[in-house]
Design a binder for this molecule. Sequence first.
Ligand code: ARG
Length: 474
Amino acid sequence: MQETNDKGMLIRGRFTQRLARVMERINASIGFDQKMAMQDIAGSLAHAEMLAGQHIISAEDFAAIRGGLEQIREEISEGHFEFSVALEDIHMNIESRLNELIGAPAGRLHTARSRNDQVATSFRLWVRDAHDRALELIKELIGELLELAERNSSTIMPGFTHLQSAQPITFGHHLMAYVEMFGRDYTRLRDSRARMNESPLGAAALAGTSFPIDRAFSAKALGFAKPMHNSMDAVSDRDFAIEYLAAASLAMTHLSRLAEEIVLWMSPQFRFVQLSDAWTTGSSIMPQKRNPDAAELIRGKTGRVTGSLLGLLTVMKALPLTFSKDMQEDKEHTFDAAETLELCLEAMTGMIGDLTPVPERMLAAAGTSHATATDLADWLTRELGMPFREAHHVTGRLVRLADELNCSLDGLPLKAMREVHSQITEAVYTVLSVESSVKSRNSLGGTSPEQVRGEVARWRAHLQLLTSQVNPVY
Ligand code: ARG
């Protein structure tokens, strides 16, 4: 990147001295806000077209501005554009280049506009694009989870509370819990996208403008639903980025929990699942290791995103209206969070696609620790008419007996069970296997294979409906 030169004097009409070097460094945002180049050009094109339509600039000036901006767009995408720190930010870099390319008409582009509404517009467009990318990636992740859940609708594994075996469940049901979570992340992002989709352009510095602009025109040209109604709010709030960060933090929290489970399931003590060589790393010293690094990194990177949320909330919390330079600190938090979220969503989708369950390990673990004790208590309640509390107590005694005899609940002889409660019959064994346990939990939202298959089908249709409603603009 080019260091100091006279370009820095572009907007320094009343100043006679140039910026101190350190002042230039602390002031410049070009090192990161060049990411918004395409959005800034889109904003300028819409603004210039509106100015021409309103006869605020001539058609010839508009044609020159458009030609110049299109050339700059090409220079940037091909990597020939020279960014300059002295020009502070992406807005000034582009305007200065436009001036080099087309001369006088470039100076008319900034009519009825300030960098305050300009940056608010560019950043909003960028955050809207980040919403669209995340939505697409979440959709792909959900699709991959549905495939795995469908193939494992009757794969039995232990369900945990307190990380203690609680009741047998199906692996498909476990995965579908994440489909629900990521489904909410999807609609959360859709909600915030809809809320943020209003145009700040034309708010000018903070109070509007005396030029006869048409804000509805530029809003429409940029795919915004409408112009924002208050010029001060338009240039000074960043709640749209905070909402994005909040939604991203929740999505990362869900990713992190799933990542943690993959780490657990991959450990030799569990060995519930396997990942191929493509998704594991070895150890430099212990040849037997297969480490699920991507899962660990997803878990670890979650802190960056939640940190960004807290960072931007803190930047904004005591700022008086309207613009303060503090707000330039909105971008790095948001850019880093978006990059992290997108990488982690892709990595999780890849891992889920790669993951192979080890059903015999899951089944063996599901049958330990008297996981069907609740089924036994339910049977006593249902078949013998016992109050559930009493059934719970009787079951507790049977569990203790099984421990004493060192067998599972379905390994207890009927005679031994009858000594605990005389009315227990042979029929009790039908509910004591893990298979019958999961099959019987067929209540809405329950773990039975039938429920899981139904949910997979429902989600497929639901996802199609949800995603057909998104309307990305460029
Ligand atoms: N680079 C600035 C930002 O990122 C642009 C806005 C500058 N506006 C101003 N009045 N200094 O927020």
